[in-house]
Design a binder for this molecule. Sequence first.
Ligand code: NAP
Length: 249
Amino acid sequence: MKELSGKTAFVTGGSRGIGRAICIALAEAGADIALNYSAADDQAHDVVKHLKEKLKVKAQAYKTDISDETSVRAMIEEVEKRFGRVTILVNNAGINRDKSFVRMTRAMWDEVLGVNLNGPFNVTNALLSGMIEEGWGRVINISSMGGQTGNFGQANYTVTKGGLIAFTMTLAREVARKGVTVNAVSPGYTATDMTSGMPDAVKDQVQQMIPMGRMGEPEEIASTVAFLAGPKSSYITGQVLSVNGGMYM
Ligand code: NAP
């Protein structure tokens, strides 16, 4: 038996980048995986294939915009029909729409808050009661270093990531006696599609500011999530685990 055998994890934004690596890390620990995504059909199906064929767990992809509460409810019903109770939730999906605040439109603000904050509300709201009834659960929110430090051109994004840290602490207090832990993982710069568009000169500058001198790999975020999902983290709740190469201490 692996440490997450018999458990089901729901991972938002599991088709690419950090979410993909999280699905793989949790499946390596034995969990069945329901993964959500919004557009990238081929990549989502590739992840499912890998999970089923290589890691031999139950896996299914669900295409749903997590900012839409009605669609999320319908998706979670489908997930529970197929997998039974979900006791591990990773709120990973996130987007950025960067501009300095004077140029930021209301639409850019609303879009980012819709996915990065309302999304975790919608999904957590649909899954938390089941974890409480079960007397065991893990909620892991993927925040960002920007939510701890602020970042030029990211007022919308950083407000969601700081908000997720506050959400983590409040929810942790509310469910601490119900067997459910709630923690945040806060990545620094990580090599995914989200950062691949940065100009090389900016990437070089960033790498010089990172004590370890390089960006993180998605697998380095995923292994932290797997630790928080597993039994060895049983007395950790309401915490932010920073995985950033020392960039913010
Ligand atoms: P990514 O490569 O851009 O992948 C984003 C994922 O979110 C994709 O699976 C995407 O699905 C999904 N998604 C986007 N909008 C969605 C929606 N409305 N509903 C459902 N799913 C949606 O991003 P990443 O770099 O892996 O980032 C993952 C998380 O880590 C995010 O919360 C991000 O803010 C955070 N983070 C990233 C970094 C970094 O440097 N990369 C640093 C700190 C924090 P599709 O594939 O279908 O589009």
